[in-house]
Design a protein around this ligand. Structure first.
Ligand code: XBP
Ligand code: MG
Length: 258
């Protein structure tokens, strides 16, 4: 059995509640382009099943705007809309409006002190990850992460396992030496299909998702003064997720059966 060598984190919904900011940014980009498209929260909840912003815009056009004529090349048009969306999102992150979820910074620090390696596996645009991490953890935050797998670096986004496989390869580690953190069913699927033990923290956009196969499902990582609620799995009586509990979950799930 491999002991825990690295923790791999999803970004949106896991490190921070970012989806309302993504939604605002999509809608602002549509308005700036003179489009009368406006995604409500319920519509966006469904659209989140399509991972990746460019893919989400394309899906929306294909499904709901049958009469839409692209002004020129479709890929270039979507890329332009998405670039404006990224600009707006980065500005929101830069204003410090996207705090990390409870327990995230503490767990990062515990890992760094213990020599457990950190990595990111996300479908979001790399510039969004940089903006979020630097404005929450400080200017040197990117150095905390040995691998940042993000955006278009792999062809197939989550729920395909590709981004996790990419990160594992770059870390030079077997999945059995790692644990993943996710917030959505699609993210969990990606991690499980990369053979990763996975802890899920849900949020307003994902609490209704099915999480079969997760090692532990929590409402948040929690803090000593902000206990988590265990939604499924065994937290052994703990009230927040520290590195010791991560190690116990990892050992239990990666132990040979029988
Ligand atoms: C969440 C996503 C992303 C964001 C938007 O991915 O699906 O597409 O909603 O980001 P994850 P972009 O939870 O894996 O981070 O517009 O930059 O794609
Ligand atoms: Mg996510």
């Amino acid at each position: 059995m491999n002991s825990l060598a690295a923790m791999i984190f999803d970004v949106d919904g896991t490190l921070a509640d970012t989806e309302r900011a993504h939604l605002l940014a999509f809608n602002q980009a549509f308005a700036s382009a003179g489009l009368d498209w406006h995604w409500s929260v319920p519509v966006y909840k469904d659209l989140l099943a399509v991972t990746g912003g460019k893919e989400r815009i394309r899906y929306y056009i294909d499904q709901t705007q049958p009469g839409f004529t692209y002004p020129g090349d479709a890929d270039a048009f979507i890329a332009g809309l998405h670039a404006e969306k990224t600009r707006v999102y980065k500005a929101i992150a830069g204003q410090g409006k996207l705090p990390l979820r409870p327990g995230v910074a503490r767990l990062f620090r515990e890992a760094r002190e213990a020599g457990v390696r950190l990595a990111i596996a996300t479908t979001t645009t790399p510039a969004n990850v940089t903006a979020l991490l630097q404005h929450t953890l400080g200017a040197d935050a990117l150095e905390w992460f040995e691998v940042i797998g993000a955006g278009d670096i792999v062809e197939r986004k989550k729920p395909a396992p590709d981004i996790y496989l990419y990160v594992l390869e770059r870390l030079g580690l077997d999945a059995s030496a790692c644990i993943a953190f996710e917030d959505s069913a699609g993210g969990l699927r990606a991690a499980l299909d990369a053979d990763l033990t996975t802890i899920v923290t849900v949020n307003e956009f994902t609490h209704h998702h099915p999480f079969e196969g997760a090692a532990l499902v929590l409402n948040q990582l929690g803090e000593p003064d902000q206990p988590f609620t265990v939604l499924s799995g065994d937290a052994g009586g703990s009230t927040f997720l520290d590195l010791a509990l991560v190690r116990r979950v990892h050992e239990r799930l990666s132990a040979p059966v029988g």
